[in-house]
Design a protein around this ligand. Structure first.
Ligand code: MN
Ligand code: MN
Length: 481
């Protein structure tokens, strides 16, 4: 009996040894996917949740690119940043900002080495999908006053009906004055909405495809139902709206010709879940990366190399125009810094590196087939890193070189940044792009990083608080490296 027991225990030991060895091998060789809640001690979670409170304030105050610029400039001035003066010789530690037409912003802290070894850039965008007004928006139909809209960016149109909308924007008048409008953000403000068909009468609509059931020309915002006093007045409902707009803002119908008015969801950013681990809100894409990039540059203390955060406009429509990153404003800004140090800008660009901080898709268990689980980003697994974006065989991607990916891996790991790598979704299902390729076109090394988002481009996007914080830690570490 004794010998049999010995043999059994020896076999058990041998098995355990093999198991231990396998574990050891796994530990040494295999990738680990760790939830950030497990990765970090309690104090990091506390810091992340505190950071999330500041972020929600930013998000609520920044529903348009112009509002995001105003918020960032106020925060920058408080942190000692001064308007950038071209031609001025700056010294290490100097903090400057440059506004581009009220809709984009560059912030920089001059490094100890200046820009002779390149600059470190974090690029995020502050425009989000929304409904813009057409130039002649106001009309009446069946005793209702309505606004025609032209959607901006990639929206799923059905998501924008039957929700409360707020009106934000500016009207530029011929006399040079600019009237700011914001309606729908306080408890006693009215809101606006696009009506939807009742299910009782939706049988025909329900047979259509999603794309055909909701068209751009259907996205008309209800703005009133009260006529002017005169019973015989033509277009009495449209006229009543014009009367109210004139009384409140001093504008006429023609002033809409030179306006930028955006209709955005009227609700505020709010914690999601019993544990409050998520935030739901409008415009996480890409303010959830813009805010960490802003905080990182505001807090940059005497960096080695000059650090720059650029908050760009127009990413959602291809980074076009003079406030999008196809424009040369970032190139020119770096050229000004370079020239002040007596270096050709092209030499600075060739040594520069950039994190293109933009959101990526979070793996959604409700739509698992849209993802490839082994190459997806997961909520609260940290900042998502994408080597390439693009569609149909990486078309339009700025495929980051392996060497620069390795450099960022090292920076993130040394600073204990929770990060993960993933693709946007299943191959050939769709795709997307970021500002990465426009910065890469300047001869810099650029890698896409950002917060994974659920319900991206919807009126109520959802992100994980640990990912928000990890993105901040990541950009801050990149600026210090
Ligand atoms: Mn984006
Ligand atoms: Mn987007």
């Amino acid at each position: 009996m004794r010998r049999a027991a010995d043999a059994e225990s020896a076999a058990k030991n041998a098995m355990k040894k093999t198991e231990n060895k396998t574990e050891e091998l796994r530990e040494q060789l295999a990738s680990k996917k760790v939830n950030a809640f497990h990765r970090y001690p309690e104090k990091v979670r506390t810091a992340a949740y505190a950071f999330a409170e500041d972020y929600k304030d930013f998000l609520n105050a920044s529903k348009t690119e112009r509002e995001a610029v105003s918020y960032a400039v106020a925060a920058a001035e408080k942190a000692g940043f001064k308007p950038f003066e071209a031609g001025k010789k700056y010294r290490a530690g100097d903090k400057v900002y440059k506004i581009n037409r009220g809709k984009a912003l560059i912030l920089a802290v001059i490094g100890a080495k200046g820009c002779r070894e390149g600059v470190r850039i974090a690029a995020a965008h502050i425009d989000s999908p929304r409904l813009d007004l057409k130039p002649a928006p106001l009309y009446e139909n069946s005793e209702m006053a309505l606004f025609k809209t032209h959607y901006y960016g990639g929206i799923r149109k059905y998501q924008w009906v039957a929700i409360p909308l707020a009106m934000h924007g500016v009207v530029a008048k011929k006399d040079g004055t600019v009237v700011e409008i914001m309606v729908g953000e306080t408890a006693d403000d009215p809101v606006f909405t696009i009506t939807d068909l009742l299910p009782h009468l939706a049988q025909e609509q329900s047979q259509k495809t999603l794309a055909a059931a909701f068209t751009g020309e259907d996205l008309n915002v209800t703005v009133g139902s009260e006529p002017v006093e005169d019973k015989d007045a033509k277009e009495a409902f449209k006229l009543r709206t014009l009367q109210l707009l004139n009384e409140t803002y001093g504008i006429t119908e023609d002033d809409f010709l030179s306006a930028e008015i955006e209709f955005v969801p009227a609700f505020r950013a709010q914690d999601v879940g019993f544990d409050r681990s998520l935030i739901g809100g409008y415009g996480h894409d890409d303010r959830v990366c813009a805010y960490p990039a802003l905080r990182a540059v505001l807090e940059a203390k005497k960096p080695e190399n000059t650090v720059i955060t650029v908050l760009a406009d127009k990413e959602e429509i291809g980074s076009e125009g003079n406030t999008g990153l196809v424009s040369k404003y970032l190139d020119y800004f770096v050229a000004e810094l370079a020239e002040a140090e007596g270096i050709p800008a092209r030499r600075v660009w060739a040594k520069s590196t950039c994190l293109s901080a933009d959101v990526t898709a979070a793996y959604d268990p409700n739509y698992a087939s849209a993802f490839e689980a082994g190459n997806a980003c997961y909520v609260n697994h940290g900042v998502g890193v994408c080597k390439y974006t693009g569609a149909r065989g990486k078309g339009g991607a700025s495929d980051c070189s392996a060497e620069f990916v390795a450099a960022v891996r090292r920076v993130f790991d040394e600073a204990d940044v929770a990060w993960q790598m993933g693709e946007l979704g299943r191959v050939d299902l769709g795709g997307g792009g970021t500002v990465a390729k426009f910065v890469a076109a300047l001869d810099a090394d650029v890698l896409d990083v950002g917060v994974p988002v659920l319900s991206m481009h919807s009126p109520f996007e959802v992100i994980g608080k640990m990912d928000l914080y990890a993105t901040y830690l990541g950009v801050a570490a990149f600026f210090k490296a």
